[in-house]
Structures are given as structure tokens and as C-alpha cells.
Design a protein around this ligand. Structure first.
Ligand code: HJL
Ligand code: ZN
Length: 191
């Protein structure tokens, strides 16, 4: 139900608040939930930006932790997320389709969970805000999810709070850029 989705989105915001603010990314939280059959849904994994070492994203952390919990490689996670688990990934900000760092975008990581059994893996993504144009514009994530047969739902109820949490590490002149503007990366910011 929408109430259930909103309660999990609320959890992603609480997770995002644990992320150390940085000007070069967003603070995001992610909860992976098995909605299974009749029994109440259960949280399989959580993550927040920079939780795991390195330049890590919230969804990336939740997926990596879930794979190690099942002691399978990230690429074999699909073999664990069987269809009847009905796995839904909740993330405060829409999954990235491109990363300025060049690291593998989370939408690919989510799509990869279906590699081994097209009916398994992450079945649906629920997010609470579209990615602001600070770093990349015109995210293709939702299109890629649909093409991979993964459902997605955008619930904007908490969008304002999600974005203020996400951009806490940004200065006032880091305003999101409109699509079409080239992104000037200050040399000093190259990580
Ligand atoms: N959904 C999502 N979860 C995150 O945990 C996170 N940090 C972003 N952020 C998206 C943004 O587009 C990238 O942070 C920049 O493009 C810089 O790329 P890196 O993060 O350095 O790989 N997006
Ligand atoms: Zn990402």
C-alpha cells in the first residue's frame, strides 16, 4: 500500500541522515524489502551513501551488504532474490544512471540482480525524489528500469526533505544545473 511505501521511504531518509555531507555527491538512504506472500514484509538490507568504504552510493551499499549476507558475489545476488520474495528497493533519491566518477551506476547494479533469473532479483524501485541537476542532468534511470522489466514508482510526498538532506554538503552556489548546461568540475574537487 502507499502507506507501507511511505513508511519505508521514511526509513531511507533516516538512513540518509547518517551519511557524511560532501559537495561531490548526495546523501541518500536505501532499504531493500521482501514483500513476499502473506507474511508481513521484511527488510533484507539497508545502506546509506559512503557507508561502505570508498566512493559508495546508498543503493550500492545495500546491494553489496545483501550479497555478502548470502555470501554470493554481487553478480550472483539474483540467484538469492527468488521471485516469490517480491523484492522492492526503496531509495530516497532515484537511482543514478550515470556517475561523474565513472563508477558503475546503481541502475546497472539493480538491473544486474535480474541476470540469473529474469523473474527474480529486484522487482521494483520506489524513490522519493528525482535527481537534481547538480552533477548530471536528464537521468535515464527510469527508462532503463522499464526496459529491464523492473517497475518503478516515484512518491514525491517527502521530496523537499529528501533533497535538503541530500544536498546538505553543498554550498549555495552548487545550485542544480538545468539540462544542457555543461558541468564545470572545479579542478580542486576532482577526487
Ligand atoms: N541515487 C544516488 N545515491 C547516492 O548514494 C548518491 N551519492 C547519488 N549521487 C548521484 C550523483 O550523480 C553522483 O554522486 C555524482 O555524479 C558524482 O559521482 P560519484 O558519486 O562520485 O560516483 N545518487
Ligand atoms: Zn548510485
Amino acid at each position: 500500500s502507499k502507506q507501507t511505501s511511505l513508511s519505508y521511504l521514511r526509513q531511507t531518509i533516516d538512513l540518509a541522515k547518517q551519511s557524511p555531507p560532501k559537495p561531490t555527491n548526495f546523501r541518500v538512504g536505501c532499504v531493500i524489502v521482501a514483500h513476499g506472500g502473506t507474511n508481513p514484509s521484511q527488510v533484507l538490507s539497508t545502506g546509506y551513501t559512503l557507508e561502505l568504504e570508498g566512493n559508495t552510493h546508498a543503493e550500492q551499499c545495500a546491494l553489496t551488504k545483501l550479497a555478502s549476507k548470502h555470501s554470493v558475489s554481487k553478480d550472483d545476488l539474483g540467484s538469492q532474490l527468488l521471485p516469490d520474495l517480491n523484492t522492492v528497493l526503496y531509495t530516497s533519491l532515484e537511482p543514478c544512471g550515470k556517475r561523474l566518477s565513472g563508477n558503475l551506476p546503481c541502475v546497472q547494479r539493480i538491473i544486474n540482480t535480474r541476470k540469473h533469473n529474469p523473474e527474480g532479483g529486484v522487482r521494483k524501485v520506489v524513490f522519493g525524489a528525482k535527481e537534481p541537476g547538480t552533477f548530471v542532468q536528464d537521468s535515464q534511470s527510469c527508462k532503463l528500469l522499464t526496459e529491464a522489466g523492473i517497475g518503478w514508482e516515484y512518491l514525491p510526498d517527502f521530496e523537499e526533505e529528501i533533497l535538503s538532506v541530500a544536498m546538505e554538503g553543498h554550498t549555495k552556489d552548487d545550485k542544480p544545473k538545468q539540462s544542457g548546461e555543461e558541468v564545470k568540475q572545479d579542478e580542486g574537487q576532482q577526487t
